[in-house]
Design a protein around this ligand. Structure first.
Ligand code: TMP
Length: 191
């Protein structure tokens, strides 16, 4: 089973991904992973996000997508084939929401990511940009309120399972658990 957590910067997805991982691992074989990854491509992306290197938004989209391809081939698909649950922070929804906010066409981004396996569960942690931006700490290039507002709007156009992120950490996690528990029960297996 492939579970993806999405949302704007500062929405609390890292905290929730860790909680979900720790909860699932009590009963299942599970891996916690994220995009951008820790690979060389991912590290190059981080340099761009820090603002020290500047590239065209299309180049950045291609880099995120290349990182995703490697991630799927080397980590996600092998884990799923071994019947593990994969919890992944960010996926192609991020490329579409963020790089559209940089001015790129949705169709171009969707076509670029057509190879990517569809997740079984895609959660959107819904926190308003004005609140989320106060929680951001890294100073990366997309962590501004104006930019987050555009990304937030783009996320609303996807068909993701919306989790009310205005609750406290425990409340958000209870909602996530409910969705995941139902899916595991209904699928009869984790794969
Ligand atoms: P993170 O803050 O979740 O580690 O993600 C790094 C930043 O990269 C965050 O601002 C979201 C952005 N991003 C994109 O712009 N496109 C993508 O495809 C991905 C995966 C992340």
């Amino acid at each position: 089973m492939f579970i993806v957590l999405e949302g704007i910067d500062g929405c609390g997805k890292s905290t929730q991904a860790k909680l979900l991982y720790n909860w699932l691992k009590k009963k299942h074989d599970v891996i916690l992973t994220k995009e951008p990854t820790e690979s060389k491509i991912g590290k190059f992306i981080r340099e761009i996000l820090s603002g020290s290197i500047s590239v065209d938004p299309k180049t950045l989209s291609l880099l995120f997508t290349a990182d995703r391809y490697e991630h799927l081939e080397n980590e996600v698909i092998p884990a799923l084939n071994s019947k593990k649950i994969v919890v992944c922070e960010r996926y192609y929804f991020s490329t579409i929401a963020y790089q559209m906010a940089q001015g790129l066409e949705r169709e171009w981004l969707v076509n670029l990511n057509k190879f990517a396996l569809k997740p079984d569960i895609a959660l959107f942690i819904d926190v308003l940009p004005e609140i989320a931006v106060k929680r951001t700490v890294t100073g990366e290039i997309f962590e501004t309120c104006e930019f987050s507002k555009k990304i937030y709007k783009n996320y609303l156009n996807f068909n993701l399972i919306r989790i009310n992120g205005k609750q406290d950490v425990k409340g958000v996690f209870e909602d996530i658990k409910e969705v995941v528990e139902n899916k595991i029960q209904n699928s009869g297996s984790v794969n």
